[in-house]
Ligand binder design. Sequence first.
Ligand SMILES: Cc1ncc(COP(=O)(O)O)c(C=O)c1O
Length: 434
Amino acid sequence: MEWKLAPSDKSPAAPAWYEAGLSHIWLPYAQMKTARPPLPVARTQGCRIVLADGRELIDGIASWWTACHGYNHPHIRAAVEHQLAVMPHVMLGGLVHEQALTLARRLAALMPGDLDRMFFSDSGSVAVEVAMKMAVQYWLNRGIRGRTKFIAFAGGYHGDTTGAMAVCDPQSGMHALFHGLLPKHHLLDLPRDEASAAALSALLERHAEEITAIIVEPLVQGAGGMRFHDAEVLRRLRAAADRYELLLIFDEIFTGFGRTGAMFASETANVVPDIVTLSKALTGGTLPLAATIARRKVFEAFWSDDPAHALMHGPTYMGNALACAAANASLDLFEREPRLKQVAHIAATLTCGLAPCRSLPGVKDVRVQGAVGVVELDRIDDPGGLRARFVAEGVFIRPFGSIVYLTPAFTIDDDELEKLTQAVVTVLAERCPR
Ligand SMILES: Cc1ncc(COP(=O)(O)O)c(C=O)c1O
């Protein structure tokens, strides 16, 4: 079962490691038999991906929204190199180190309200698993049993591990297959209007006593289709959680670190959730790291003389020193460089640059929030073909579902950004001729 490389994929410049290794790798979200072979990358620099054959692509996705300062930022690189010489990793079971404690302190200072206790892990999905366990055990430690259900929302995405999958949208998410395996939670429409707000209230009236927490991606539901909602929705969720004494979890794995225009979406909404999850841009796209952040009242439920009240979770690589050094360096850059101004500028440029798509047949919506620009189509039949067409235009853009979207690095320059928006307009115009 080998990937059949078409002659066009067999560039004479393809490195030996490419063909030799392809038949041993299993790639994400891909039907390995029919997917187009992946592009071999030789290196990255700034907002560019350099392919093994020398072609340079302007990156419209920032490696799944992580590389917010562009690739290979010298400040992050220097911090990681320094840390590598000092200590790449030491376990947090009984030990601790400067980078993890410094990062915990700095994140606490950035968070709203009393969200000041960090539990580090190594991926977004695991951060969500930890948030869910934390929420369930919060009630148990307080002597309240039976609260094991979550309220989650249509269009939501929280990760691919089993617990996280169970709070994803089962339809638009990628997890319909695993129905039998997953515990059932309550899936609702976001309370955007009176009818959906009433549905939430009705559910809470009937079932509040079995519910542990509400989990939501604030302002932008990313992997579920880059769908936006406004701050009022989040204020309604806070009010509902307060009224029925539930915990409110903001999954800011996508929205955190400036992506939607403010450092965190919770700031825009002026809402303090009880638990926050972060990952993606936490290390500026260099190393895997995630954090689950708890408010004081959550942490206090675990503070006890009873060992059984401890949070029983501990990923081997939690608080990895290299990753924490990268995250501290990334926070330096947010302090020293005008990232949020850059995001505002990107928002304005995306709004103008994608506007011509509005009049194309087959385009349902064009929307921008911070450094997220989306063109939603009626449907996309061949996302792989569309991706290849973008590559021919010199850009890396990865359509999914029915959307083509841009989430570039915040450091992208005007020419590069124009090239990205122009490529979207050109390729969609030829795909949807008038
Ligand atoms: C909002 C949100 N939560 C959780 C995750 C899962 O993160 P990871 O892929 O690092 O496990 C993602 C990933 O796209 C995400 O966007």
